[in-house]
Ligand binder design. Structure first.
Ligand code: ADP
Length: 252
């Protein structure tokens, strides 16, 4: 199975603190991989380096054989990596639909001149974009909230909206940072169902997740970090039996 993402000897220091220490791993195309570890083990820092929101102190990141650790987030997004944030980053003053439309329009490249001269191509693209945006909202049962300002959505639905928006950029690799955090049991079930459907569509998924039941149900492969180092990588079953992993979690 081919590798879609490769991380080599990654290091990130913040002043005197080394948050990520010589981390190497790869992610297989088409699978669901979970990055787990106790609080402060470097999961979000690793995500931020993959999406370009943080520059590594040293080391290399390759996406489909292109080196990306020196690229800004928008270029990494254009290559096909989308992400969500632990502390939601939706446009709260825009409607639910507009949030997704924005992501679609960035991909469809609606040119400014088309809007100024009201070119027919603009109206055509706009109609297509709305149709597409509604499809993404439907995936998460959000269509009846289309015209609601995003800030007024219940918390769980704001999490869904962030995923819908990430999907609207057509990623081949989707990074989900604590996507289940704050969701109730029913909302988690839909999330799980959608993630499985995305995998079936061929999207590769990397999750940072605290909810171990979700990880064990969803992940094909698990990578365990502790204090910035990788201490294990394997199937959920292998990880559950790994003495070092058990010690780290019992000590938490
Ligand atoms: P996790 O996501 O596993 O909880 P993080 O990647 O958020 O861990 O953090 C790893 C370590 O790096 C922690 O000790 C955290 O306090 C530290 N850290 C993360 N971001 C910064 C930052 N911007 N400045 C200073 N220290 C940071």
């Amino acid at each position: 199975m081919s590798e879609i993402l490769k991380v080599k000897n990654l290091v990130k220091t913040f002043g005197g603190l080394t948050a990520v220490k010589n981390l190497s791993f790869s992610i297989k195309k088409g699978l669901i991989t979970a990055l787990i570890g106790p609080n402060g083990s470097g999961k979000t820092t690793t995500f931020n380096m993959i999406s370009g929101h943080l520059r590594p102190t040293s080391g290399e990141i390759y996406f489909e054989n292109t080196r990306i650790d020196n690229l800004p987030p928008y270029k990494i997004a254009r290559l096909g990596i989308a992400r969500t944030f632990q502390n939601l980053e939706i446009f709260s003053h825009l409607t639910t639909l507009e949030n997704v439309l924005l992501a679609i329009n960035s991909r469809l490249k609606v040119f400014l001149w088309e809007t100024v001269v009201r070119a027919p191509s603009f109206f055509h693209k706009e109609r297509l974009a709305r149709q597409k945006a509604l499809e993404y909202l439907k995936m998460f049962n959000l269509e009846s909230w289309a015209e609601t300002p995003a800030a007024s959505l219940p918390f769980g639905l704001q999490r869904y909206l962030e995923i819908a928006r990430a999907l609207a950029t057509h990623p081949t690799l989707l990074l989900l940072d604590e996507a289940a955090s704050g969701l109730d049991a029913r909302e988690k079930d839909l999330l799980k169902e959608r993630i499985i459907a995305l995998k079936q569509e061929g999207i590769t998924i990397l999750l940072v997740e605290h909810d171990m039941n979700l990880v064990m149900d969803l992940a094909d492969e698990v990578i365990v970090l502790d204090m910035g180092r990788k201490i294990a990588q394997g199937t959920p079953r292998e990880i559950q039996r790994n003495p070092e992993v058990i010690a780290v979690y019992l000590g938490e």
